[in-house]
Design a protein around this ligand. Structure first.
Ligand code: PMP
Length: 391
């Protein structure tokens, strides 16, 4: 919808768009706009002022191999992981990127052998994040090549495996599936935050990728970071970044540094009347959405949703279930094209095909604004009523 065909209304913390009932709802992308209400409530606490004479240089520090990493960002990344307890940072080099998307490319370059006649195979277990094949093959590199579903990888040769946990699109906690000598595993932990999944341990894999996009919802700042154990791998990632973009915007880094520090400070308090615990806000909002969705899906034979185990979350101290960033919906009718079915009701979702799975599945973003989610629920209800002849 364009700004001209939406109404607005005042809603406590700010203005909410009201979508017209016949507009197209785009839940294809994982655009994390649901957190806007929290950030509005934080008012000026995250405001960053940058003067015209500041941060002109390419350089940020001479104390770190990643010389374009702003020290304040490094500090707040380490302090946030410490406060949440989701990943170890001691002994790791941090490499900042323009989103973790750029770091995915940096990592492929950094871990691929440079002296082989053929490109190394890159795999991920289906259903895999739909950008992996695109990112891997876009420049038709001579160093690496997309080789598809990790479950089907049977070559006796080195490989790179992307492991996404919790997984995009289905929210499942995963480990590597190939498990063979000569394998390099890259852990994409974009969704390993308490609003999406129980935090069951502080992870210490060799290469871990995170992004502000899914952690705090600041996708527009385009800041991601890699925690890298091997200093030589980190150095090669940094070389890629230098050739690719000579570093990462200082303005973005400083804005995200501030945001992450506010999250890290607030997330130690639970139930504060101030309501400044970002993860508490995010978890409650996601839990409510999942409850509404499950309630509707329970009433029909048409769709199923994945089930997630109850696990102890070390961060909240509670036994909780996952509330993933995406709903991975399966049409029970094997012949149904799930994406087309929703498109017929003006809801854009992403077909299972794009994730190396089948068209009976579709991925629906659970991270949109309230009005988008509410409209999705209304339309899902009418899909169910129409198909059951109950209208
Ligand atoms: N990894 C995964 C699993 C993702 O879902 C995404 C965003 N959809 C990314 C990486 C990239 O995010 P960004 O470039 O915004 O950091």
């Amino acid at each position: 919808a364009t700004p001209n065909d939406t109404d607005t209304k005042e809603n406590g913390g700010g203005v909410t768009r009201i979508l017209p009932s016949d507009s197209v709802i785009n839940l294809d992308h994982g655009d994390p706009t649901m957190y806007e209400a929290f950030w509005r409530k934080m008012g000026d606490r995250c405001t960053v002022v940058i003067k015209g004479y500041e941060h002109l240089s390419y350089f940020s520090t001479n104390k770190n191999p990643c010389w374009f990493l702003e020290p304040k960002l490094e500090e707040s990344i380490r302090s946030l992981h410490g406060a949440v307890g989701n990943a170890e940072t001691d002994g790791y080099t941090i490499v900042v990127g323009t989103g973790s998307s750029q770091l995915l490319q940096a990592v492929l370059y950094a871990v691929s052998p440079q002296d082989q006649p053929n490109p190394i195979s890159v795999v991920s277990a289906a259903p895999y994040y739909s950008s992996y094949p695109e990112t891997t093959d876009i420049v038709k590199s001579g160093l690496y090549k997309w080789a598809g579903d990790a479950h089907g990888f049977d070559k006796d040769e080195p490989y790179i495996e992307f492991v996404t946990s919790p997984n995009n699109p289905n929210g499942v906690i995963r480990g590597p599936v190939v498990n063979r000598a000569g394998g390099i595993v890259v852990h994409d932990l974009a969704y390993y935050w308490p609003q999406y999944t129980p935090i069951t341990s502080s992870i210490d894999f060799d290469i871990m990728l995170f992004t502000a996009s899914k952690c705090t919802g600041h996708a527009g700042s385009r800041i991601g970071w890699a925690l890298v154990k091997d200093k030589e791998v980190a150095k090669r990632m940094i070389s890629f970044m230098v050739v690719n973009s000579i570093g990462v915007s200082k303005e973005s880094q400083l804005r995200v540094a501030k945001i992450l520090q506010v999250v890290a400070d607030g997330c130690k308090r639970f139930g504060s009347p101030d309501g400044d615990n970002f993860f508490e806000f995010g978890r409650n909002a996601m839990a409510k959405r999942w409850e509404i969705l499950r309630e509707i899906v329970k009433k029909t034979q048409m769709f199923t949703l994945p089930k997630y185990p109850l696990q102890h979350c070390n961060y909240t101290g509670e036994l909780t279930q996952a509330h993933p960033a995406f709903a991975w919906i399966k049409c029970k009718d094997e012949m149904e094209d799930c994406e087309e079915l929703f498109k017929g009701h003006k809801v854009l979702v992403r077909s299972g095909r794009r994730f190396g799975s089948d068209p009976g599945y579709a991925r629906v973003s659970m991270m949109g604004k309230d009005d988008e989610f509410n409209q999705f629920i209304e339309r899902l209800t009418s899909v169910i009523q129409m198909c059951s002849g109950d209208h």
